[in-house]
Design a protein around this ligand. Structure first.
Ligand code: GRF
Length: 212
């Protein structure tokens, strides 16, 4: 299964996917990494691995429709079977969604549908929840709203900061996301535009709330 990974930042999830591919636990092939940010560390990592990279920058004042068209053109040229948003900080417009219906997934650092958007870990703290986690879901036209494929739970600790919670959530993302990609690759999960027909709740994490 040929995969294009969309990134904006550090790329720890991209690295986790690559590690899983190297370890033989994720039967996918990364055919390209596409970013909206030229300076994304994830791009440098992809280049080190000789993975083709593309940059489609979106600056203040740029025409968003044109940007969506350019992004779609670059991604489509790589001919992916699956598109993975791994820390891609833009909402996708209709061109890419319509070109790859049900073939785009995202990883989010909260248990959706709670705490969608850019500040999942901070909002989980502000909301006073005792358990947060991460979600892999199909991308639709909303912000973190598509059908949920898999989730992993992470306890919120009494003295947590958003950074500390996010770091522990990322440990789970790095396990969950390559696992979902593998399951899609081997046909254990089938995606379609409207639903996920084999949702896999990830129940390997303890749901016990630690003593405060
Ligand atoms: C992850 O926490 C992911 O859930 C969110 O953005 C972060 C990206 O991290 N969408 P990285 O760039 O993969 O390290």
């Amino acid at each position: 299964m040929d995969v294009v990974v969309l990134v904006s930042g550090r790329g720890s999830n991209l690295k986790a996917i690559c590690n899983a591919i190297d370890a033989g636990t994720c039967e996918a092939n990364i055919v390209g990494v596409v970013s909206d940010r030229r300076k994304a560390a994830a791009l440098a990592f992809a280049e080190e691995r000789a993975v083709p990279t593309r940059v489609v920058p979106l600056r203040k004042g740029d025409d968003r429709d044109l940007w969506n068209e350019s992004l779609t053109k670059e991604v489509a040229a790589l001919n992916p079977d699956l598109i993975v948003l791994a820390g891609f900080m833009r909402v996708l417009g209709p061109p890419l969604l319509e070109r790859f219906p049900g073939r785009i997934i995202n990883v989010h650092p909260a248990l959706l549908p709670s705490f969608a958007g850019h500040n999942g870990p901070q909002e989980a703290l502000d909301g006073g929840v005792r358990i947060s986690g991460c979600t892999v879901h199909v991308v639709d036209g909303g912000v973190d709203t598509g059908p949920i494929i898999a989730q992993a739970a992470v306890p919120v600790l009494a003295d947590d900061t958003a950074d500390a919670l996010h770091a522990r959530i990322q440990i789970q993302e790095h396990r969950l996301l390559p696992g979902v990609i593998h399951q899609i690759a081997i046909g254990a999960i089938t995606l379609n535009p409207l639903s996920v027909n084999t949702p896999v709740a990830d129940s390997t994490q303890s749901l016990t709330v630690p003593d405060a």
